[in-house]
Each structure stands twice: as C-alpha cells, then as structure tokens.
Design a protein around this ligand. Structure first.
Ligand SMILES: *Cc1c(COP(=O)(O)O)cnc(C)c1O
Length: 386
C-alpha cells in the first residue's frame, strides 16, 4: 500500500465532469479577468463566513499583503504574529517595510498564545495577525480584547482554516479582515494560486478592491500604489464547484482525525489538542513524537507520506536575522519544530489506509514516555466533535 500525504487525483476523479464543465463555461465566455464567476465566489465565501464583503486575491500571500497595504501598514510599524507558521504570514508584513514581531505559541494548539501578546505591544504596534494553524482557529476572545484595548487591527491568517469555527463564528470573520488561500493543498484548493479576503468594514473593502487593481479608481487614475492582486475566473469556476463539497470533505477530515486520536490514545504519540470552543477542519493532522526524525524515516520506508510543518520557526529564518531573533527566544515554537509530524488526513483516505498509517506510527513511536511540554495531557480526546 502507498499512502501519500495528500492525493488530489482521487478528489479530481470524483468531480472531474463538473470541474471540466465549469472550465468549458469560462472558455466559452472568454472572460479571463474578473467577471461573474469571481463575483459569485466572492459572494459565496462572504456568506460562508457570515461577512458582508469578500475580495478575491491572486494568492493567500497576496490576500495578506493587500490587507497590510490597505491598512496603510509600512516602515516604522510593527505587526504581531506567530513564529510557527508558513512564511507568508511574516513575509507579507515584512514586504510593506513593517517589522514582524513574534509571540510564542500555546504548545497544546500550536497557535499564538494570547497571554504573551501584552508584553509584545509597543507604541509602534499597528496590528495583530493571528494564524489559525492546521485547521484550528486561535483563541480569539483574548486576542480581540487586547486588540480592542490598544486600537489595533486584526488580520486573521485563515489560509489553513476555511470554514473552521470558534464559538460558532467562522475563521476570518472575527477580526478586521480574514485571509484565505486556495493553494491546491488547502482544504478548498484551486488549480493554481488563488486567495480571498473577507471583511465587514465597507471602507476597507473599497480600498482592498482598488488596491488589487494598482490603486486605480477610475481606471488609469491611480490613487495609491497597489498591485495586481486579482483572482482569475478560471480559479473561481473550479472553486465554485469544489465549494459545494467543502462541508463533506471537512467532516471526513474530522472523522479521520478522530480515528487517529482513538488509535493513539494512551500511547506516547501526542495527538492534536482542539479547544472546546473550536471545531477544527484539520488541514493537517499533526502529532508530536519524541524521535520524530526516526518515525518519519520509518513512515517513508513504509510508503506513507508525512511532512514537517514547520522545520524552522520564523524568528530564526535567515532573512529575518536582522530582526535579532535568537535560538531560545521562543522555546515552544522551537520545540514544536523539533517534534511535529503531519500524517495523511485527507478526506478520501480509506479505512484500510488510515489503519495502516496508525499501525506504522504506533510501531515506532507508540511506546515510552512521549513528549513533555507545558499543558500536555495524555488522557484527553483531542478531536472531539462538538
Ligand atoms: C498557504 C498559506 C499562506 C499563503 O497562501 P498562498 O496561497 O500559498 O500564497 C499563508 N499563510 C498560511 C498559514 C498558509 O498555510
């Protein structure tokens, strides 16, 4: 048996007639920039999130960058984010000339620890960018409280968490703006790059729309320097087809996560912890293991795909060396980088496949002490569905 970390071909095989028909419509229309497909997807994503507005973007990265630029964040400003994320979160901040400021994670959830936010705020702080990692929303109430008390914008990096909830509210809908990615490996993936921003702020919405067209309003009259941050109708057409399946796919991911939780309970494998306020969409199912690298080698040998998200925390990335981050500064993020391993959790995984994955993980990492970190609790059931 061969089990990849993600298998997009099985997904495509199940929906290819609809996808190809949607693409044919785009070719028939010869509308390749903007148009009804993009507007329809924007409306549907806004509705899904319970937000008033949505603005398509050329990628999740550009969604974040557009938000930063539209909020007028730039040199001299600081934006607080997580050190344990895909690079784009901090990259979007740095590209405006602002300084990314990293606060350590809650080792149970891998998400930004709101208790550490207060100490990171200075008179230069302009915004907070929480990252809803692996499909789970951050503990938003305390983050929003700190932001409110200091008059800061909140831009939710929801690239991995479309349709996940926190106290019944959707990822991306609680802050000033929320950003999504349609990178093919995300829960709602396109056939190339794409992204989306949602917001309830009408003035910000207008600015986001203008910013994505080089700041032009009307055409050829440029109010400010923006970019080409547009989502194209080819992506929108495919995403509209796939959006119909998102709930069902998320449910299957959760069922797979629950299965692993049960298999790993009482073993040395540390399973993901989901806060009681959250329903995760498990973009990734990430365990911690003591001897992570040996486990990964065994899985590779057993033809099971796995991945290390992420091997290096952002404060220790070479390009951010000028910011002065040192090893030991953010110990929970650094420890996570040494221990995490993502296992296949995609919706089309069969019962036989996930059983084989669990068997092989337990064979190597099941016995012994397991990992120890603050708040580790070996008795809980992580992926409880609420
Ligand atoms: C994927 C991702 C992004 C960037 O999205 P792209 O569409 O690849 O540009 C940003 N943040 C996080 C956390 C992501 O996982």
């Amino acid at each position: 048996m061969e089990i990849p970390l993600l298998d997009l071909k099985v997904q495509h095989d199940a929906i290819q007639h609809e996808v190809l028909a949607a693409l044919a419509e785009v070719f028939e229309s010869q509308v390749f920039i903007g148009g009804p497909k993009v507007l329809e997807l924007e409306r549907k994503i806004a509705d899904l999130c319970g937000c008033r507005f949505a603005v398509g973007a050329s990628s999740g990265t550009d969604a974040l960058l557009n938000c930063m630029m539209s909020l007028d964040i730039g040199p001299g400003d600081e934006v607080i984010t997580s050190p344990f994320s895909f690079f784009a979160s901090a990259g979007a901040i740095a590209r405006t000339g602002a300084r990314p400021v990293f606060v350590d994670i809650d080792p149970r959830t891998f998400n930004m620890d709101p208790d550490k936010l207060g100490a990171a705020i200075t008179r230069r702080t302009r915004a907070i960018m929480p990252v809803h990692l692996f499909g789970q929303v951050c503990d938003m109430d305390p983050i929003l409280a700190v932001a409110g008390a200091h008059g800061l914008a909140v831009v939710e990096d929801s690239a991995q968490s479309i349709s996940a909830t926190y106290r019944g509210l959707r990822a991306g809908s609680m802050g000033t703006a929320g950003c999504f990615s349609f990178f093919p490996s995300k829960n709602l993936g396109g056939i190339g790059d794409g992204g989306m921003i949602v917001t309830n702020d009408e003035a910000l919405f207008e600015r986001l729309v203008t910013m994505r067209n080089h700041g032009a309003k009307p055409k050829y009259f440029h109010r400010f320097v923006g970019g080409n941050f547009r989502l194209d109708p080819v992506q929108a057409a495919v995403l509209l087809v796939k959006l119909q399946y998102l709930d069902s796919w998320s449910g299957k991911r959760r069922a797979n996560a629950l299965y692993y939780d049960e298999r790993f309970r009482g073993s040395a494998v540390e399973t993901p912890h989901v806060l009681p306020q959250c329903v995760s969409v498990f973009n990734q199912y990430v365990i911690r293991a003591h001897d992570r690298d040996r486990l990964r080698e065994h899985l590779t040998h057993s033809r099971i795909g796995s991945e290390i998200y992420y091997p290096v925390p952002l404060h220790l990335q070479e390009c951010f060396r000028p910011l002065g981050g040192r090893a030991g500064d953010l110990p929970h993020a650094e420890q996570a980088c040494r221990e995490v391993l993502a296992l296949p959790v995609y919706p089309e995984l069969t019962g036989e496949m996930r059983a084989y994955v669990a068997d092989q993980v337990l064979l190597v990492a099941g016995k012994g002490e397991g990992v120890a970190y603050e708040g580790a609790d070996r008795s809980r059931s992580a992926a409880a569905v609420h």
